[in-house]
Write a protein that binds this ligand. Structure first.
Ligand SMILES: O=c1ccn([C@@H]2O[C@H](COP(=O)(O)O)[C@@H](O)[C@H]2O)c(=O)[nH]1
Length: 308
């Protein structure tokens, strides 16, 4: 998985992942009106509107970014119909050649983790038949339950060429309440970083990076620099650029000398660009996907300064 991701980053010359975190307030009126006409103002209508919205966004960006990161919470809140929109979004993104990072942040005891792993990055069996339900190349996990909670996913990474991004230092303002605690002379996030690096050693790809990556928020550049030193073979998934305030200037320390090692996420900053300047003045509401494309190209150019 990690070699495929690196190949896509190199092909697009763009270490960006577009977060597919739809909200009804982002969806243009014409899409919502059609959904409400067909299904009333129901969770089903919201889900149908999300799928239509996502497909247009994917059409707008699929050739200029390597990956998308659908955030499951946005879909799950609408129940079964929402999850169908999630599943259909994954499939459409894969059809368009994108790598897919499912932001599902799961964590549980081994026997339950096996079910999550089968469903999300493996296959589920119904008697002698087996099915791929969620078309994801990698998923996010919470490491709080320890290594036995991660093991089932590691097996599937090996068997199905999949990957993980494990929470190490999250972007939210209060992440330090737990992640910065002192544990025997080091910070908890450093200890977790070392553990993730260790877990990843058996899954190093041809390019020298592991299929077991880490989530490291763009809003914590000092901590990221420490982690970069602690875990040189671990790819970082970096949320926090754009809507959460981080800029390209904060991001140099997230990358290795080879120009690889990090992929930067922006969700609201791209998919809701049509509601913000300068894009709002340039594009009509119906052209929201063109606004997203331009915002993604602007982000690509912004990130170039890291490598100059
Ligand atoms: O530490 C973390 C881990 C995950 N996220 C997720 O990334 C996106 C960020 O969205 P923006 O609109 O670009 O702020 C969202 O899905 C979060 O759940 C994170 O922000 N920080």
């Amino acid at each position: 998985m990690i070699d495929r991701l690196i190949a896509k980053i190199e092909k697009t010359q763009n270490p960006t992942v577009v977060g597919l975190d739809p909200r009804l307030s982002f969806v243009p009126q014409y899409i919502k009106e059609e959904a409400y006409r067909n299904y009333g103002k129901t969770p089903k209508a919201a889900a149908k509107a999300f799928l239509e919205f996502n497909k247009k966004i994917i059409d707008g960006i699929h050739d200029i970014v390597p990956a998308v990161k659908p955030q499951v919470a946005m879909y799950e809140q609408y129940g079964a119909e929402g999850m169908q929109a999630y599943i259909d979004t994954l499939q459409y993104a894969k059809e368009k050649g994108l790598m897919v990072i499912g932001d599902i942040k799961r964590s549980d005891i081994t026997s339950t983790a096996e079910a999550y792993a089968d469903g999300h990055i493996g296959k589920v069996k119904v008697e002698e038949e087996s099915y791929t339900v969620y078309q994801q190349d990698c998923i996010t996990l919470n490491p709080y339950l320890g290594s036995d909670s991660i093991d089932p996913y590691m097996e599937h990474c090996k068997n199905y060429d999949k990957g993980l991004f494990i929470l190490v230092k999250t972007s939210n303002p209060n992440s330090g309440e737990i992640q910065d605690l002192d544990v025997g002379g080091e910070k908890l996030y450093e200890r977790v970083g070392k553990m993730v690096d260790q877990w990843g050693q058996s899954l190093i790809g041809k390019r020298g990076y592991s299929a077991i990556g880490a989530v490291v928020g763009a809003t914590h550049p000092q901590q990221a620099e420490k982690l970069r030193g602690i875990m040189p073979k671990t790819y970082f998934l970096v949320p926090g650029y754009g809507a959460q305030g981080a800029t390209a200037k904060d991001l140099k320390g997230y990358f290795n000398q080879d120009g690889l090692g990090a992929i930067i996420n922006s969700s609201r900053g791209i998919i809701a660009a049509h509601q913000k300047q300068p894009y709002q003045s340039k594009f009509t509401e119906k052209e929201f996907y063109l606004a997203a494309r331009e915002a993604a190209l602007d982000m690509k150019e912004d990130l170039q300064q890291i490598f100059r």
